[in-house]
Write a protein that binds this ligand. Sequence first.
Ligand code: 2AL
Length: 245
Amino acid sequence: MLIKVINPNTTSSMTGKIGACARAVAAPGTRIEAVNPTMGPASIESHYDEALAVPGLLEQIALGETDGMDGYVVACFGDPGLDAARELARGPVIGIAEAAMHTASLLGRGFSVVTTLGRTTGRAWELAHRYGMSGSCRNVRACEIPVLDLELPGSSARESITQECKRAVEDDGADVIVLGCAGMADLCRHIGERVGVPVVDGVAAATKTVESLVALGLVTSTRSEYAGPPAKHYDGLLGGFTITR
Ligand code: 2AL
């Protein structure tokens, strides 16, 4: 089985980390291809970043279709471009927020998301509502750590995030913690050993979700909304995204 894990930002050190976390949970017969686009933002922490990350993400999906990928993970907690990616891909496409929230809801009555910057919490709440998780999501907490600070060697980010997770358990009554950034994937075990409740990393959860859907022979329904996009000319910088068919 071939799963393409796409980090939609252009920071390759983060992609390496994401790929390692996906491979750590993948079954022996599963091959993980971890990639990032060459165009787009270095990190995604605003709506502007998110919008401009989507073309690079879709280019990676289109390439993956040529390469015969069985499924995809969108490895950014805003789940950018998820619907558009589903229109292009034959196999399942799962976002890390989507997978992490669903997984957390199976492990306890309520979860809290612990994420990077406060400005991204609105998006996380919006996704919780979209995924039917309003009753399970107790809180979305920010550590005010920029995404790329998670890449700095010797950063104090791990301790700050661990402390925020502890506060989520004590103050929100969270039964489960959801890590709110793909760049936190490598911190999951460390934090899990310290907060006393299950800690869910979306990269691992989404990888296993895609793997099980593919193993079950299940793909995205193309009946209506997720059918391939209609043939259309795209102009200017986006000319390469023209759909011929
Ligand atoms: C993210 C993420 O997962 N990757 C990225 O660049 N930004 N999400 C976040 N809440 O900071």
